[in-house]
Design a protein around this ligand. Structure first.
Ligand code: S3P
Length: 446
């Protein structure tokens, strides 16, 4: 796999916009797209995937699964076809697996590699090489895999998977869908029943898709959390997938419409899995005018069309239990809070420190740059709104983080003065075409 080490920064400026209006669709869900490629690569037969996110993160997963022996091709109609190798059938990759900017790709793939008797080496870009892998290495080691990492459990790392995986009963110390999914993917090739206890429910796309491919998987409530039981070594059978629009991407044009006076924007076909829609719940509690129409089931997931209309917002106070269902949306929610009346408190954000950047510090810095006062108290972010529209008129540092870049550009769209981001290139990891879509709605980017 070629490793593009030379990165050219692409600055981009968002100017204050006239009202935004129109109806758009956003690219496919990133979480579901990674899982669709990984699980279809393990299934017997040919799976067709419609609506796959063709962002850099997901293309890294496609490339890695090809290296591991799956046959993957994209048709001219945009449908991806994957012929899988069967559980236990992954081949030793000839070269380093470069997962780019994607923590999800790296963590989930670690699970697959852990229970295949092959040796592989994984790396990523400077952002991913800073992120902790110990959270997946600890449980996967108890299943029999060996990992060799840099200091602090960082990439690059080598993995020697085991031929005889041990079963696992794991109580998750943190709420993380990536960790849960890595263990489930590893447990697929362990003979017998494995069990995971999660303290707070996190996105359940892996569970849903495992069932879709025919795995024997059960979920039961356990206090505030869940217990997931999976029987290993099932025969997964190819099953077509329709990927819904990514709610985490829809968040950006929708919040831009809420904040830009006179706007009305609809995003169609957005995934509405309840473990992903915490942002919409939080925005509604702030008085946001958000409506959902045409709710329907497509490819096993609930989707709907979401319309946002601008209007005044009151401050947010989000409880820590809601954090997993909006974990990627805090930067854009914080931007909304900057326009709201009163002091917002977003609680339980410890995990933001280990995202593509230290998103807790970087989100606070973004708002401060725009002239909005913030404070970090423990794991909470406080935003002192109420001074009217934030001023803007600065350059935001995006720290190789796509969601910070898009949040900054939404801020610039609705603020008094333009906001420039130092590097918008990373937006392509999750939302290729973001600037064009915003421009179509009336945004002014240059
Ligand atoms: C993801 C889980 C979340 C999220 C990430 C995607 C997934 O990470 O932030 O963007 O697809 O499983 P954590 O599991 O680290 O919370």
């Amino acid at each position: 796999m070629s490793v593009p080490r030379l990165h050219t920064a692409r600055p981009l400026t968002a100017h204050p916009a006239a009202p935004l209006s129109g109806t758009v669709a956003v690219p496919g869900d990133k979480s579901i797209s990674h899982r669709a490629l990984m699980l279809s690569a393990l299934a017997i037969g040919r799976t067709r995937i419609a609506g796959l996110l063709e962002g850099e993160d997901v293309l890294r997963t496609a490339s890695a699964m090809r290296f591991l022996g799956a046959h993957i091709e994209r048709g001219d109609d945009g449908i991806w076809a994957v012929s899988g190798v069967g559980i236990g059938g992954l081949a030793e990759p000839e070269d380093v697996l470069d997962m780019g900017n994607s923590g999800t790709a790296a963590r989930l793939l670690s699970g697959l590699l852990a229970t295949h008797p092959i040796v592989s080496v994984m790396t990523g870009d400077a952002s991913l090489r800073r992120r902790p892998m110990a959270r997946v290495i600890a449980p996967l080691t108890t299943m029999g895999a060996q990992f060799f990492t840099r200091e602090g459990g960082r990439l690059p790392m080598a993995v020697r998977g085991t031929a005889q995986a041990m079963l696992i009963e794991y109580r998750m110390p943190i709420a993380s869908a990536q960790v849960k999914s890595a263990i489930l993917l590893a447990a697929l090739n362990a003979r017998g029943t494995s069990r995971i206890h999660e303290p707070v429910p996190t996105r359940d796309h892996t569970e849903n898709m495992l069932r879709h491919f025919g795995a024997d998987l059960h979920v039961e409530p356990d206090g505030a959390g869940r217990i997931i039981t999976l029987t290993g070594q099932p025969e997964l059978l190819a099953a077509d997938i329709v990927v819904p629009g990514d709610p985490s991407s829809a968040a950006f044009p929708l919040v831009a419409a809420l904040l830009t006076e006179g706007s009305r924007v609809t995003v169609t076909g957005v995934g509405l899995n309840p473990l992903r829609t915490g942002l919409f719940t939080a925005l509604r509690a702030m008085g946001a005018r958000l409506t959902i129409a045409h709710e329907r089931i497509e490819g096993g997931e609930t989707v709907g069309d979401i319309t946002a209309e601008s209007g005044p917002l009151s401050a947010a106070d989000t409880p820590p239990e809601l954090a997993p269902s909006m974990i990627d949306e805090f930067p854009i929610l914080a931007v909304a809070c900057a326009f709201a009346r009163g002091t917002s408190r977003l609680r339980g954000l410890a995990e933001l420190r280990v995202k593509e950047s230290d998103r807790l510090a970087a989100t606070a810095a973004l708002l401060e740059g725009a002239g909005v006062r913030t404070a970090i108290e423990g794991d909470d972010l406080l935003i002192y709104g109420g001074a009217g529209r934030p001023e803007g008129g600065f350059t935001a540092t995006t720290h190789m983080d796509h969601r910070l870049a898009m949040s900054a550009l939404v801020l610039g769209t609705a603020a008094e003065k333009p906001v420039r981001v130092d590097d918008a290139a990373f937006i392509d990891t999750s939302f290729p075409g973001f600037a064009a879509l915003m421009t179509q709605l009336g945004g002014r980017f240059e």
